[in-house]
Structures are given as C-alpha cells and as structure tokens.
Design a protein around this ligand. Structure first.
Ligand SMILES: N[C@@H](CCC(=O)N[C@@H](CS)C(=O)NCC(=O)O)C(=O)O
Length: 212
C-alpha cells in the first residue's frame, strides 16, 4: 500500500527537523526531493502545492478525497507530535508538556529565527556586520540553552522531544561556532541525539537514493 504521507524537502535544517520528527514518531512517509539549486521550489507544480515556494511541504492523503497540505516545518512537527502520543512530547497536558513547548519555542525563536534572519540578510546583500551580529546572538542563545541539559538527559527533561530536534539541527549547523570544550553537558547531549537511529534516518531522508 502506498504511503499516505508525502514529504517534499531538501537537505536543509527546516526539512531535517521534519524528517527527524516523522522518524521519531514512527510515521511512514514518502520523500520527494526538491532541487533548490535548480529552482524546483518555484516550478508551477510545486507552487500549486506551496504558494510560498519553500520547503518543507507535507501532504497527508489519509482522506484520499481531501488531501491535507501542510507547510511550515514547526506546524508539521506538531502534526507528527499529535499523531504519535508520547513519542515527541508527554501524552498528558500539564507542566511536563508545557516545558517541552517552552524549550521547543526557545530554540525556534531565539536561535533558529536569528540564524534564518542572518541568512536572509546575506542573501539580500545587506550588511555583513548585521548578519554576523545575528549569528553571534543565535550562538549565544544556543550556548545559554546548554543549561537545560546540565541536570537532565534531554532539553525538556527525562524524555526526548521536539525540543531536542529543534536544538539538535541548529547545533549541528553551528557546530564550528560552539565552544564545545566549555560545554561538556551539551556535548554529551549532542552525541546522544546524533546516535539515535531515527535521527540518523531523518538526516538521510533527502539523500537522492531515498527519494521518489
Ligand atoms: N518558515 C518556513 C521556512 C521555510 C524555508 O525558508 N525554507 C527554505 C529552505 S530551509 C527554502 O525553501 N528556500 C528556498 C527558497 O527560498 O527559494 C518553515 O519553517 O518551514
């Protein structure tokens, strides 16, 4: 039976957050690699799917008569979280789940958003100083996030969650900028996440051999 979930994406942080979330959630999906270098995200077929011309995009064909299209990496992560109770956040509403969302949005807004803004400034040919400042602020916030794993194995406590996925993909992007020698707990956390089989599979999701 064909997969009812299709994921359009490429080897970017936004897409890896989604592929790792789907893998950790145990949701089967079919990958379609979008060739960003060739501008495939701006092709008429893709724009029909996602008018913003960005990756990732997920299509849920669970109801074949009304396929549900979802863009925005964080929305897709929350979609996966809702379909895999307990795997990406605690099942029950309450403080433990609230903590997951607090840490998830910390990495999304205080680290990832700054990093994206720096990228956008560079692409627009704007001030390099401004872009460098945003990157520095992002790395500072990421470094400050090390306190979350000083007394716990994962970013939001005892269990792996979407907060770890958000933190891991951006820590990976800033690997060369982090002062790892002074961040042993962050290093231990990073290694443990990188070794998770689902994380490894998610990172390989957009390799051409896995694509349709
Ligand atoms: N807020 C969106 C951002 C999506 C986004 O910016 N995707 C980038 C790749 S990481 C993209 O598609 N870039 C291609 C382009 O701008 O032409 C999300 O989180 O999904």
């Amino acid at each position: 039976m064909p997969n009812s979930t299709k994921l359009y994406g490429a080897r970017t942080g936004n897409c890896f957050r989604v592929s790792i979330a789907l893998e950790e959630a145990g949701i089967a999906y079919e990958v379609h690699v979008v060739d960003l270098g060739e501008g495939e995200q701006r092709s008429p077929e893709y724009i029909r799917l996602n008018p913003a011309g960005k990756v990732p995009t997920l299509i849920d064909h669970a109801n074949p008569e009304a396929p549900f299209v979802l863009s925005q990496s964080c929305a897709i992560m929350l979609w996966a979280m809702a379909r895999a109770p307990g795997r990406l956040a605690p099942i029950e509403e309450g403080p433990l789940r609230d903590r997951v969302l607090e840490r998830f949005f910390y990495f999304v807004t205080d680290v990832i958003a700054r990093s994206h803004a720096a990228f956008a400034l560079r692409r627009a040919g704007a001030s390099i100083d401004a872009a460098n400042t945003l990157d520095r602020l992002a790395v500072e916030a990421l470094t400050a996030g090390a306190r979350f794993v000083s007394n716990a194995p994962f970013m939001a406590g005892d269990h792996f969650s979407i907060a770890d996925i958000a933190a891991f993909t951006i820590a990976s992007a800033y690997q060369a900028d982090l002062a790892w020698a002074g961040l042993p707990e962050l290093g231990r956390w990073y290694k443990s996440v990188a070794e998770r089989p689902a994380v490894k599979r998610g990172l390989g999701a957009f390799d051409l051999s896995n694509s349709r």
